[in-house]
Write a protein that binds this ligand. Structure first.
Ligand SMILES: *[C@@H]1O[C@H](CO)[C@@H](O)[C@H](O)[C@H]1NC(C)=O
Ligand SMILES: *[C@@H]1O[C@H](CO)[C@@H](O)[C@H](O)[C@H]1NC(C)=O
Ligand SMILES: *[C@@H]1O[C@H](CO)[C@@H](O)[C@H](O)[C@H]1NC(C)=O
Ligand SMILES: *[C@@H]1O[C@H](CO)[C@@H](O)[C@H](O)[C@H]1NC(C)=O
Length: 278
């Protein structure tokens, strides 16, 4: 190699390494920006019997809601509490009311970092690190999502896929709508650790449903509007706390029930508009 070429080559290696390091260090649940409410409030026990089934796709367990004849798929990404009955209830409702297959992958593989007995966290960074190590985007979650979509494609010829998620799942839905072309539509329900700059990379129409505890998402919405026109949305639930449609959904509280029904109604209509019904 000539001196100059070698220099250029080394420069390129350094650049690529920097890109790789910054990609792998991407923090998925940054406790410095997640709502405090998320870190110090317990999940709420549900009084509901899920109507779907659990089965394996490769080494990943998934829960699928009862409506298994539908032709369009929604992937529901849970919050940091993992596979809870409350989330299954939300999935079952949207499947039933809006005619979707709804699949809830257990990315944490049965490990629920935050159990009811293990509360509250002494050091919030523990949960951030645990998520990085056990359910990172680049090494776990992205591949799990691709495997789930491939399974539905080969087994059931389903290619229309939407994604939505709560809290950590809102972050995952954002990354999926940015990096996975199979994702045709997305919804963020009280998302955490999502920042405005990420809106620029989003490639699928998206609906934003923050609660009172999230930062203002109107700047994020403005960017979506530039890219999707009317085919995106924003509704802020100022009378609901972070978690109201996830593990902290209180289905004994009539107002909470009403707000979850609104989330399901808004997302159901939006997903219907964006996924082919044939
Ligand atoms: C699950 O399977 C994938 C290959 O499909 C592999 O890369 C991954 O390490 C496996 N994960 C676990 C927890 O076994
Ligand atoms: C409890 O929290 C600690 C970290 O503070 C974590 O290492 C452990 O896995 C948690 N255990 C359960 C059962 O959630
Ligand atoms: C799969 O879906 C495509 C598009 O909807 C359709 O044209 C094709 O006939 C389907 N194939 C099978 C085997 O159902
Ligand atoms: C759920 O809502 C009911 C009715 O408002 C209330 O009595 C109960 O304390 C709530 N549960 C929790 C755990 O917040």
């Amino acid at each position: 190699m000539m001196g100059q070429e070698k220099f250029l080559f080394q420069g390129l290696v350094v650049l690529v390494s920097i890109i790789c390091i910054s990609q792998s260090a991407r923090i998925m649940y940054d406790v410095s920006i997640v709502p405090e409410h998320c870190l110090n409030t317990k999940a709420i026990e549900a009084n509901y019997t899920p109507r779907g089934v659990e089965y394996e796709i490769g080494n990943l367990t998934v829960y699928e809601s009862q409506n298994r004849a539908a032709k369009r798929l929604l992937i529901l990404v849970y919050d940091i509490f993992g596979m809870t009955t409350n989330i299954k209830q939300v999935g079952d409702s949207i499947a039933e009311l809006h005619d979707f297959r709804v699949v809830l992958p257990d990315f944490f593989r049965g490990n629920q970092f935050w159990s009811l007995e293990n509360f509250t966290l002494q050091n919030p960074v523990d949960i951030q690190n645990w998520l990085q190590q056990n359910a990172g985007w680049d090494d776990v979650v992205k591949f799990d999502l691709i495997n789930v979509m491939n399974e539905f494609k080969t087994r059931d010829n389903i290619t229309e896929v939407g994604i939505f998620g709560m809290c950590w799942g809102g972050k995952i839905s954002t990354l999926a709508a940015t990096e996975l072309p199979e994702i045709k539509v997305a919804g963020l329900v009280h998302p955490s650790s999502v920042v405005t700059a990420e809106a620029n990379g989003v490639k699928a129409p998206m609906y934003l449903l923050p609660s009172a505890n999230e930062p203002d998402m109107l700047p994020f919405y403005e960017i979506l509007k530039q890219n999707f026109g009317d085919n995106c949305g924003h509704r802020r639930f100022d009378d609901m706390a972070h978690g109201f449609a996830g593990a902290r959904a209180n289905f004994s509280d009539p107002l909470n029930v009403q707000r979850v029904e609104e989330v399901i109604g808004i997302l159901g209509a939006f997903f219907n508009r964006n996924l082919n019904s044939t």
